[in-house]
Ligand binder design. Structure first.
Ligand SMILES: C[S@@+](CC[C@H](N)C(=O)[O-])C[C@H]1O[C@@H](n2cnc3c(N)ncnc32)[C@H](O)[C@@H]1O
Length: 292
């Protein structure tokens, strides 16, 4: 990623790049939302994805890449991103390339052992569309709460037998896409900044472990409150999580289970928003414990 950046940005300059430091320090008004499904509906279904649908319908022939560029508000001025707790300036034209390369490189080591790739909270399935191009010959399934995103995906990937996006809610007691899979399916499950939308990851961890026999590997690119240190950047990031009512327990929930083995847990692999970077957490069910 560093090869796409133009310079290191000192933390003291962050307020020039982001409105968040002022909000987090209570220098401007900020109302902490309650992150329930009504909030998700308002922020994603009726806003982000509604705009994507409108863009798609007003640009005949638009591809998933075109929709993503619109979602990323491209082109725009250079942005401040982070990697491994260092802030960088990056021209916005590289945002999608970095995002997609990160996804492909992170998942590559786990692809060869699986026949099915599932993303939960996948929006209109853009990440799956990118992975399908890079790793053909597998079944790609997405689960998403927003009806607008699910409908857009149906139009974008019409005729693609190996890629489908289904209506899904993290709060469900069972996950239908897993119920429909054969018991022999070998699944790589990933999430990218969607478990952050749950104030607690507890329900997700409990529900997904019902399908432990099908899960080969689970990879999260998620905010991880517990991975932040007590330096200034770490403190700002913790406040960012609480100011958005994002989850603060995913690391503890996973490490606290004897039927889960943590393969890696790395803070700030990449932050498109440097106050909300992706930690990469990879885990596998300990099948001997699950089956005993
Ligand atoms: C920040 S977006 C990330 C989307 C996608 N993973 C990506 O990388 O582009 C968060 C996503 O989580 C979805 N989401 C939030 N709460 C959800 C829930 N309860 N069930 C399913 N999806 C949910 C939102 O609708 C949105 O698509």
């Amino acid at each position: 990623m560093e090869k796409y950046t133009s310079r290191v940005i000192p933390l003291s300059e962050l307020p020039k790049w982001s409105r968040w430091p002022a909000r987090l320090l209570n220098l401007v008004e900020w109302k902490v939302p309650t992150r329930d499904v009504a909030k998700v509906d308002e922020e994603y279904d009726k806003n982000v994805y509604l705009h994507c649908v409108e863009y798609f319908h007003s640009h005949p022939g638009a591809t998933a890449d075109d929709v993503r560029a619109q979602e990323f508000r491209l082109p725009r001025p250079p942005v401040c991103v982070s990697r491994k707790n260092v802030l960088y300036e990056m021209p916005s034209e590289h945002l999608m390339t970095v995002d997609n390369e990160m996804l492909i490189d992170l998942l590559r080591p786990y692809m060869k052992d699986v026949d099915t790739v599932i993303e939960l909270g996948c929006g209109y399935g853009y990440n799956l569309y990118v992975l399908r191009k890079e790793f053909p010959g597998k079944t790609y399934i997405g689960g998403e709460y927003s009806q607008n995103a699910v409908s857009l995906a149906a139009e974008l990937y019409k005729g693609a037998a190996d890629l489908r996006i289904e209506q899904f809610n993290y709060y469900d007691d069972t996950y239908t896409m897993f119920e429909k899979l054969p018991k022999t399916a070998k699944v790589l499950l990933f999430t990218r900044h969607s478990i952050e939308q749950l104030p607690s990851a507890k329900k997700f961890v409990e529900t997904v472990m019902k399908y432990a026999d099908r899960l080969v590997t689970v990879l999260h690119m998620e905010v991880a409150f517990e991975n932040n240190g007590d330096d200034l950047l770490g403190m700002l990031r913790k406040r960012y999580v609480t100011a958005n009512d994002y989850n603060r327990d995913i690391v503890g929930l996973l490490t606290g289970r004897t039927d889960i083995e943590i393969v890696r847990n790395d803070p700030d692999e990449y932050g498109e928003n440097p106050l909300n970077p992706s930690s990469v957490i990879v885990w596998q069910p300990r099948i001997s414990v699950v089956r005993s």
